[in-house]
Design a protein around this ligand. Structure first.
Ligand code: NAI
Length: 326
């Protein structure tokens, strides 16, 4: 997709962080932007931020919606057609949440919340919007679907199970849609950032009441630590410009850093190493080197109790497990 002016974008998570940066960049490119988010107060301030950024108020459509709710998400899609006169030419599914703790401590609520927003809601958006987009624009006009995934999509971490699994699945979905939409003149792109300067560190604060039985240690300290990590992340506008370039080039995958091929190769090398005894030994060495590199951060993580299990899960002790193997 190369021409954006006068077209319609629908951006989930558009009230904050990466999604708000995308609304700014695609709004400046002349698109009418619907921003969908679960938090009304964030939508209200995002609209003012977009107007201050130079986007006309009449070209912004804020929609309060929980995208894990299929009925509500469908109503949001209807609303865009009603107000902007058609379905989006560009769907960007960016809304996401995260939560970190040992995989073995994960509860159904941890999986249902993180995978619900990061994966199942992306499925919802694809099923709700893609038929509308193909019917309206297939063989006629450019259209594109995109999702904000993560470098976590390539990595399995001991404390990132629901998040990494969701993001890996999103990558794969987008590769499928990229293939399937090409014959209609469409495309699909997945964006995989490492760290973004955003508000995701506060996501736990609005975890829905019925999904609050977490197995992880979640406290003000872990939230503050996450916020301090994300404060070092990439600026959302810079990130959105990487996505825009990727969409213009019809790339299925955008790794928004110099040497993206090398970064992808390094991640795939880990999977290659899983397959042989020699590879497993190489991985052990890589893990040791990684531990050394990370040791300067460890103190802060330990102090905050970050990535730990909920205190009453006293059987969770990864340090003992490692000791027993050697
Ligand atoms: P953010 O918290 O600033 O923005 C995410 C938005 O999603 C929030 O405004 C939130 O209200 C909305 N949201 C959450 N649940 C929702 C639901 N059920 N329905 C509708 N909206 C919902 O966070 P950020 O970092 O901008 O996140 C955007 C995407 O980037 C996420 O998919 C995240 O996983 C991904 N990502 C973030 C990284 C980071 O370092 N912050 C790194 C890699 C990927």
């Amino acid at each position: 997709m190369k021409n954006f002016a006068g077209k319609i974008a629908f951006i989930t998570g558009g009230a904050s962080g990466a999604g708000l940066g995308q609304a700014k960049v695609f709004g400046k490119a002349g698109m009418r932007v619907a921003i969908a988010d679960i938090r009304q107060e964030a939508l209200d301030s995002a609209v003012e931020e977009l107007v201050a950024y130079g986007i006309k108020r009449e070209n912004i459509l804020p929609i309060q919606v929980d995208i894990t709710d299929r009925t509500a998400y469908t109503a949001a899609a209807d609303k865009v057609e009603e107000v902007f006169g058609g379905p989006p030419h560009l769907l960007i599914q960016t809304a996401g949440v995260n939560s970190f703790g040992p995989a073995e401590a994960s509860t159904f609520d941890d999986y249902d919340w993180v995978m619900g927003v990061c994966l199942h809601a992306v499925v919802n958006g694809l099923v709700i919007f893609v038929p509308r987009m193909v019917k309206a624009y297939g063989h006629k006009e450019e259209f594109h679907v995109a999702a904000t995934s993560s470098m976590g999509a390539f990595m399995a971490g001991p404390t990132t199970a629901p998040y990494s699994a969701a993001k890996a699945a999103v990558n794969n979905l987008i590769y499928s849609y990229n293939e399937s939409l090409k014959p209609y003149g469409g495309g699909a792109t997945v964006l995989c950032p490492g760290n973004i300067n955003s508000n995701i560190g506060e996501a736990e604060k609005y975890r829905p009441a019925h999904l609050r039985n977490t197995g992880y240690n979640v406290t003000d300290k872990t939230i503050d630590l996450l916020k301090s990590i994300h404060a070092q992340g990439m600026d959302p506008i810079e990130l959105a410009n990487h996505l825009k370039a990727g969409i213009e080039n019809d790339q299925p995958l955008v790794i928004p850093y110099p040497n993206p091929e090398q970064m992808a190769r390094q991640q795939h090398e880990i999977i290659e190493n899983y397959c042989t005894p020699e590879g497993v030994k190489r991985l052990e060495e890589m893990r040791r080197q990684m531990e050394e590199r990370m040791s300067s951060f460890r103190g802060g993580y330990e102090d905050a109790g970050f990535g730990k299990a909920r205190a009453d899960l006293d059987w969770v002790d990864p340090s003992k497990k490692v000791a027993a193997q050697h």
